[in-house]
Design a protein around this ligand. Structure first.
Ligand code: PLP
Length: 537
């Protein structure tokens, strides 16, 4: 292969680092037209809640100027709670027709009439928050903001599943911050100790593989493998590995990344049964893609007491730059109970850790420990997601809650699914489609595709010949197409992850075409090699 990249040298890189080498290869010819379907960053975004943010900021600024009218120009004060609702009505009345005005008016009435929350307090919380003039108080999440975002999580993640009791939210800087905080707090509170085993639902977003191996954590990994030939579902016998009491926690991404498939209802039930036998099992579910699935139910809905839920606004609303995510835990959960049941010696140690911020450290909830640990405990008083970011999060959540006809959701699903169809437009193979498919990503597996187009002897030859990542570099070199290796997500095949989120429909047709061309090239090579070696087929 005509490439200057040493495949051995890059073999251990995470998919995201390897991508930079692929981009270099793809862009070597300067007049090239590179297609980078490596990133999960969407190329669509929700505009209406952003207009809402703009108008709310205008209102809040008017409030600020009003309160300090005797000050020199350019200096404002804080919004005033008294009669703020009336002033909000006057402000919006005078601007009907401007984009975003109807949205924030409807949002206020939705909060008042559908959620039963005090409208004036809501307008005040949004106004003060959007001006960013106060530290986040409470640090875990602004009060009404938490209630509103909880409604959104309930709608999208729990839906019609029977669910009793409430849950707490911690607003964080995206799903990735959530991951890093959760790993830290589980470790600091001795819920995960060096040498413990954790199970990972494979294939998985690669940081979940890399973090536990870090020296800080030193955790043993048990793979719960999804079955590629059964629509990437987890067979019961794989899930049954969780019955082993030495497995302390189960981390999974649902819907998965990269296969982008939600866990089947049958597997959800099976996991529910396992948890009855393993009431101490900690589950962490990263449901970033749940909102793109049909009929989604989170494991959080099925096993609320055992589960830490991570959700991010990044993908669904095209808001990766905002850094918006939440961590949810049920008010009655096994994490708090496991901490309470630690040996006295460990509890004394933890009293020490949290004594500077709590008079009763033993009763600090796990989720509040997450908040404290996110600022190395000592800086707890400045913890929390920036308040303007919380306001944007609330407006995104309200936008989805108010969309009862699900116009946005339908549009989002249509966009990604049309791109998947485009990917196969020029390939003589039809993609499979199951009710669990989400299609935010798509896995192109050389072996699976090849089997549908050529004889098995060629596939065997190809698999034996290809070095890890070789076909990715060939695609980058020949067609300027950049895909992420699927192997880095924990699965050892010659497969690539195509993000269906970040390019135009026609680009996906070209990607499919390029892959097919590459296969044809390999096939030519195979036939030639057969002749030279004199082997008959
Ligand atoms: C994209 C992604 C995230 C990152 O979310 P941010 O909110 O952007 O930090 C987390 N988990 C998974 C599985 C993802 O694919």
């Amino acid at each position: 292969m005509d490439t200057t990249i040493d495949l051995k040298q890059v073999a251990d890189l995470s998919p995201f680092e390897l991508k930079d080498f692929l981009i270099k290869t793809a862009s070597r010819k300067c007049e090239c037209y590179m297609l980078n379907a490596g990133r999960g960053n969407p190329n669509f975004l929700a505009t209406e809640p952003r207009y809402g943010f703009l108008r709310f900021l205008e209102f809040a600024l008017a409030e600020s100027e009003r309160s300090f009218s005797y000050m020199p120009e350019g200096v404002g004060g804080f919004p005033d709670k008294e009669e703020i609702e009336r002033r909000f009505d006057i402000f919006t009345d005078g601007r009907m027709g401007q984009p975003g005005i109807a949205f924030i008016r409807n949002a206020v009435s939705y909060v008042r009439d559908q959620l039963g929350l005090p409208a004036g307090e809501f307008i005040y919380e949004m106004s003060e928050g959007i001006l960013g003039c106060m530290y986040p108080v409470p640090d875990r999440m602004l009060r009404l903001s938490e209630k509103i975002v909880a409604q959104y999580i309930r709608k999208e993640m729990i839906a019609s599943e029977p669910f009793t009791g409430g849950f707490d939210l911690f607003a964080v800087e995206g799903g990735t911050a959530a991951m890093s905080y959760i790993f830290t707090t589980l470790k600091e509170n001795k819920l995960l100790r060096p040498g413990d085993s954790i199970a990972l639902g494979m294939p998985i977003f690669s940081p979940y593989i890399d973090i536990p191996k870090l020296h800080d954590y030193d955790l043993k990994e048990v793979a719960i493998n999804a079955d590629r030939d059964r629509g990437w579902q987890y067979p019961d016998k794989e899930l049954d590995k969780l019955l082993d009491p030495s497995v302390k926690a189960f981390f999974l991404v649902n819907p998965s990344n990269p296969p982008s498939v939600r866990m089947s209802d049958k597997s959800l039930r099976h996991l529910g049964e396992i948890v009855k036998k393993r009431p101490d099992l900690i589950i962490l579910t990263d449901d970033v893609y749940g909102t793109f699935a049909d009929n989604f139910t989170s494991i959080f809905a099925v096993c609320p007491q055992n589960t830490i839920l991570v959700y991010s606004f990044s993908k669904y609303f095209g808001a990766t730059g905002w850094r918006l995510g939440v961590i949810a835990t049920h008010e009655d959960n096994i994490l708090d109970r496991a901490i309470a049941a630690l040996p006295e010696e460990s509890l004394k140690e933890l009293d020490q850790r949290y004594t500077s911020i709590s008079t009763d450290p033993r009763h600090m909830k796990f989720i509040d420990r997450l908040v404290a640990d996110s600022r190395t405990v000592a800086l707890n008083h400045t913890a929390g997601l920036s308040t303007p970011a919380q306001v944007q999060m609330v407006l995104l959540a309200l936008f989805a809650l108010m969309d009862e006809a699900e116009a946005y959701k339908t549009a989002m699903k249509r966009v990604i699914r049309r791109r998947k169809a485009a990917l196969y437009r020029h390939v003589p193979v039809r993609p499979t489609q199951s009710p669990e498919d989400v299609d935010y990503y798509h896995v192109l597996d050389m072996e699976v595709l090849g089997r549908q187009m050529y004889e098995q002897a060629f596939i065997d030859w190809l698999i034996a010949k290809l070095k890890p990542n070789e076909f990715l570099f060939a695609l980058a070199e020949k067609a300027q197409v950049v895909l992420l290796p699927e192997a880095g997500f924990g699965d050892p095949h010659h497969a690539a992850r195509v993000s269906l989120a970040n390019l135009k429909e026609t680009d996906y047709a070209r990607i499919g075409c390029s892959l097919y061309d590459l296969m044809q090239d390999y096939y030519e090579e195979y036939k030639k090699s057969g002749k030279e070696a004199g082997t008959a087929e």
